[in-house]
Ligand binder design. Structure first.
Ligand code: PLP
Length: 400
């Protein structure tokens, strides 16, 4: 066995059936879906079917005057930018976000702050969860928008969205959620979550890179970021990428056909990896393990080691993993998520993310555990003595 890919939160390999659906579409449906001729109308029909199919799998109801809307974007980053800048955009007021957001939310909010918009940040507990009660302090007539991630990209920790949504609803403030890491891993029902808007990215669930979506509840207002033609209700003008939309739909369909087995299998593999490593490395800390987490994500601290050194040594040993979000990897910036969780410095310094997918196998996980232990022991034997905080006792992972 050569390399073992455990960086699926950064991106997932495209499924062969998705690649062939895209290729087929490129070959047959090249006409612009805005064109009036027959070929254009065929492209439009396939695009609409993909839009409706994705919305249905995600529990949104499109169509009619009171229907929800699905706006195709270029990916999670654009969906999040569109939401933070555009939701309720005609109303001045503060933006409230959690401190464990992906940079596509936090950096956009920082930019809004630079332009004079007040931005408030909630706090999280030691597992990285927002306590919904604290929202009451931030919700007022002058709040334009709240954005809280559905699942953290580094630890996989899930947020109590329905409780947060209920509070926002009472206050009449729209709630956006970045569900980029959740969609295609856990059942996600837009209507039941109670959010006003939800971001999706195709390449996180074995679909194509370069397409995402923003789901919008029927009653929520959005100002566009770009201006042009009348495509997508003028909310995101530009020629729609029909083949990519079809690919994203196909990837979601494949996931949906086996959603339950997928969840059980990936959770079992993730737990198997964690158990094998904890057995051999008792000081290992699994960040966020006291909360409900995504099935595929495991963020582990090797106290006393440097995370960059661990990732590089694992790469040489044939394991692809990362120190945090793909946008931050390679940077020496400490993890904002672990900082917000008030993790100790040695945990922040030594934390690495392993992320599995439905394509991961038991043999790969067992081999990965063996290689990780070997790398740990080697690095530990040469690491300068660092002050290590004693790790907290392992909390049993809750089940989903
Ligand atoms: C939670 C989260 N939001 C947004 C993004 C950005 O998505 P994209 O790469 O499609 O722009 C990522 C990517 O890692 C993510 O993990």
């Amino acid at each position: 066995m050569d390399s073992i890919y455990l960086d699926n939160n950064a991106t997932t390999p495209m499924l062969p059936e998705v690649a062939s659906a895209i290729a087929d579409c490129h070959a047959r449906l090249y006409a612009n879906p805005a064109s009036q001729h027959q070929s254009g109308r065929r492209s439009r029909q396939v695009l609409d079917e993909a839009r409706e199919g994705i919305a249905e799998i995600l529990g949104a109801h499109l169509g009619g005057k009171c229907g929800d809307r699905l706006v195709f974007t270029s990916g999670g980053t654009e969906s999040n930018n569109l939401a933070i800048r555009g939701l309720n955009g005609s109303r001045a007021g503060q933006i409230v976000i959690s401190p464990v957001e992906h940079p596509s939310i936090s950096a956009t909010a920082n930019e809004c702050a630079r332009q004079g918009c007040p931005v408030s940040r909630l706090t999280v507990d030691k597992n990285g969860r927002v306590d919904p009660v604290q929202l009451d302090e931030f919700l007022s007539r002058t709040t334009r928008l709240v954005s809280v991630t559905a699942a953290n990209h580094e630890t996989g920790v899930l947020q109590p969205l329905p409780e947060i949504a209920a509070r926002c609803h009472t206050a009449g403030v729209p709630l956006h959620t970045d569900a980029v890491q959740r969609v295609g891993k856990l059942p996600t029902d837009f209507g039941r979550l109670g959010v006003a808007a939800l971001s999706v990215s195709g390449h996180k669930f074995h679909g194509p890179v370069g397409i995402g979506a923003l789901l919008l509840r029927h009653d929520v207002k959005l100002l566009p970021l770009v201006h042009g033609g009348s495509q997508q209700l003028r909310l995101r003008p530009g020629t729609e990428p029909v083949a990519l939309a079809v690919g994203m739909f196909r990837a979601l369909q494949v996931w949906q056909q086996n959603a339950e087995q997928h969840l059980d299998r990936v959770t079992r593999l993730r737990d198997r990896l964690e158990a094998a490593l904890v057995r051999e490395i008792p000081e290992l800390v699994i960040n966020g393990s006291g909360a409900l987490r995504l099935p595929q994500t495991s963020n582990m601290a090797f106290p006393g080691l440097d995370r960059q050194a661990v990732v590089m040594a694992l790469d040489l040993a044939g394991i692809a993993c990362s120190t945090g979000s793909a946008c931050a990897s390679g940077s020496r910036q400490p993890s904002a998520t672990l900082q917000a969780m008030q993790s100790s410095q040695s945990i922040i310094d030594g934390s690495v993310r392993f992320s599995l997918s439905g394509l991961s196998t038991e043999a790969e996980i067992d081999e990965a555990a063996t290689r990780i232990v070997k790398v740990f022991k080697k690095l530990r034997s040469i690491a300068p003595a660092r002050k290590t905080a004693s790790p907290p006792p392992h909390e049993p992972p809750e089940s989903l």
